[in-house]
Design a protein around this ligand. Structure first.
Ligand code: ADP
Ligand code: MG
Length: 355
């Protein structure tokens, strides 16, 4: 066509924009579980119960005893970019809550049937509402309910047939959900987590006693009851990064019966400033620690605290990845930690100083 003809570029309809965004935040049931758990933690819950049927595709429910959602917020809570957490861009530098985008509930409501029941401590009763595409389907109603919030997500991806076929089996999805719950349960030992799997596996449950070893023992059994910690660094210098680490008792390679976990596969749980994140380089650095030994470590839990001004939590919508300054130096320092030499029970603090 010649210049001067009608243009080809159109603004996408709002609904399409929102559905595309939703697909990025919620790629699989486990992403939704992560977001919902983070919301419960942001709401200061001390008990969180996650229920999943058919790998979370049929039903996903997260119930908490947190501070609840006020009646006045129920109408807009599932809209995109509505949040009680972030007010202005500067807040991103120091934000302590998990959420800040106001996108999780909105996203889920674009790819599933969502209902919320919530009660704040000072409300006379609970309120409930169902949502589709970010908006209430009908006015919020009164109902009975305890203080806290229950988010029910049904028929996830019912309107995204390609997504459901792309996902592997319900078992795989359930394992990914269990993995997310396990990470958060270990990292938040003062919160009692329960995962209900309805016949697809035993319930997972942590006591909420407040210690990482107690949570690990509840989840993994006695094989990891012994906890090690190591420390390096010079506390005199400026601390750029603090790390607490837990390693399971290393297992000698060979056909060891270790409570059902494959003896060669280790689980690496990494938290940076309270966020569960992936970091391939750091996992490699840790694997390297053991590569020369005759043992494998079935579980590594690393809790890094980095000056928030040196970390970018906003480099991906799932917030699964973070970027931080001095990455290489941090990896090198973690490699220097000789966990195997230190034999102290209980959780210690590893102080890593960067020159
Ligand atoms: P964000 O967490 O980024 O703010 P969400 O879409 O996850 O966005 O949640 C939107 C808002 O809904 C939150 O800011 C919070 O005020 C409220 N909310 C969501 N889940 C809960 C919950 N479990 N308990 C209390 N409030 C909640
Ligand atoms: Mg959130």
């Amino acid at each position: 066509t010649q210049g001067g003809d009608a243009g080809m570029i159109r603004k996408l309809p709002e609904l399409v924009i929102n559905q595309i965004a939703a697909g990025e935040v919620v790629q699989r049931p486990a992403n939704a579980v992560k977001e919902l758990i983070e919301n419960s933690l942001d709401a200061q819950a001390t008990q969180i119960t996650i229920s999943a049927r058919a790998g979370g595709l049929k039903l996903l429910q997260v119930q908490d005893n947190g501070k609840g959602i006020a009646r006045a917020d129920m109408d807009i809570v599932c809209e995109r970019h509505t949040t009680s957490k972030l007010r202005e861009l500067e807040d991103l530098q120091t934000i302590a809550s998990f959420g800040f985008r106001g996108e999780a509930l909105a996203s889920v409501s674009h790819v599933a049937h969502v209902s919320l029941t919530s009660r704040t401590a000072d409300a006379p009763c609970a309120y409930t509402c169902e949502y589709a595409d970010g908006k209430p389907k009908a006015p919020t109603r009164l109902c009975a309910g305890n203080a806290g919030t229950t988010v029910t997500v049904e028929d996830l991806f019912f309107n995204q047939p390609t997504r459901t076929t792309a996902l592997k089996s319900a078992t795989d999805e359930l394992n990914k959900i269990a993995d997310v719950v396990t990470r958060y349960a270990v990292h938040n030992p003062a919160v009692s987590f329960t995962l209900r799997r309805f016949g697809a596996g035993n319930d997972l449950r942590t006591p909420g006693y407040g210690t990482v070893p107690a949570a690990i023992t509840a989840l993994f059994g006695s094989t990891v009851a012994k906890v090690r910690h190591g420390s390096i660094g010079d506390e005199e210098r400026e601390v750029v990064l603090r790390a607490a680490g837990v390693l399971a008792r290393p297992l000698f390679l060979g056909p060891v019966a270790n409570g059902g976990r494959s003896s060669k596969k280790s689980m690496f749980m990494l938290f940076i400033n309270e966020r569960s994140v992936e970091c391939r380089q750091l996992k490699q650095a840790i694997d390297l620690l053991f590569s020369t030994q005759d043992v494998v470590c079935p579980l590594v839990y690393l809790d890094l605290k980095i000056d928030p001004r040196r970390v970018d939590v906003n480099c991906h919508p799932t917030k699964n990845h973070v970027q931080f300054l001095d990455q290489t130096a941090v990896f090198e320092r973690v490699q220097e930690v000789n966990f195997l030499d230190v034999e102290v029970e209980g959780l210690g603090t590893i102080v890593v100083c960067l020159a």
